[in-house]
Design a binder for this molecule. Sequence first.
Ligand code: ADP
Ligand code: MG
Length: 240
Amino acid sequence: MIKVVNLKKQFGDNVVLKDISVTVTPGEAISVIGPSGSGKSTFLRCINGLEEITDGHIYVDELDIADPKVNIDTLRERVGMVFQSFNLFPHLSVTDNITLAPITLNKMSKADANKKAIELLKKVGLEDKAEVFPSSLSGGQKQRAGIARALAPRPHVMLADEPTSALDPATTKSVLACLKDINEKFNVTIVIVTHEMSVIRRLCNRVALLDKGKLLEVADVRDGQIHASTPIGQLLINED
Ligand code: ADP
Ligand code: MG
């Protein structure tokens, strides 16, 4: 589903991702953790084509995103993204935020897109907020609206960059439950950057440990326990 092969990314002289190879299989929920500046956000941004990669390959299904012939819109349909700061369009209602991509990318009719939006809002528990503007939503509601928007083009993969970092613990739980549903019931593969070990324990089956742009190891999560084998991996996990 996502195959990263010898990925290198540099900004000027600064090599921020070094020879990263990892394969994410369909239906997985995998977390990416590491200290600030270790390259986590850049890694996600490379996967959905927001950053041009310097070397290596990233395959999403059969699409090689480094191939200049690959249509970026096709990639965006496959890979949804949610952000720490929600990034909803403030001048659009919740429904219009959700229908924007299906109408412009998938060329769906407005009526069909609206119908889909209502289904998505039900999935994330926001059906009563369809017509309001983002400013009237709480943080947790904004993030659930952001998740509904990311799901609208029916992606196979959802990337989430610290989606609960701006939320209090109770709200984090509601967003986490929403992500878990999406992964388990709707079979969307999730790659999530987070600092919260509770999120990893409850949601993820593996965790990739990044440090200074290098992938130290990919640890298994079994029965709510993270099994890092390298000393530095254990250190990263115990930091929380
Ligand atoms: P993390 O998300 O783990 O905190 P980032 O991926 O945001 O780390 O950043 C990794 C490194 O890449 C940092 O040194 C950062 O300064 C650098 N970086 C990120 N984006 C850019 C950019 N657009 N231009 C130049 N350097 C960048
Ligand atoms: Mg980041």
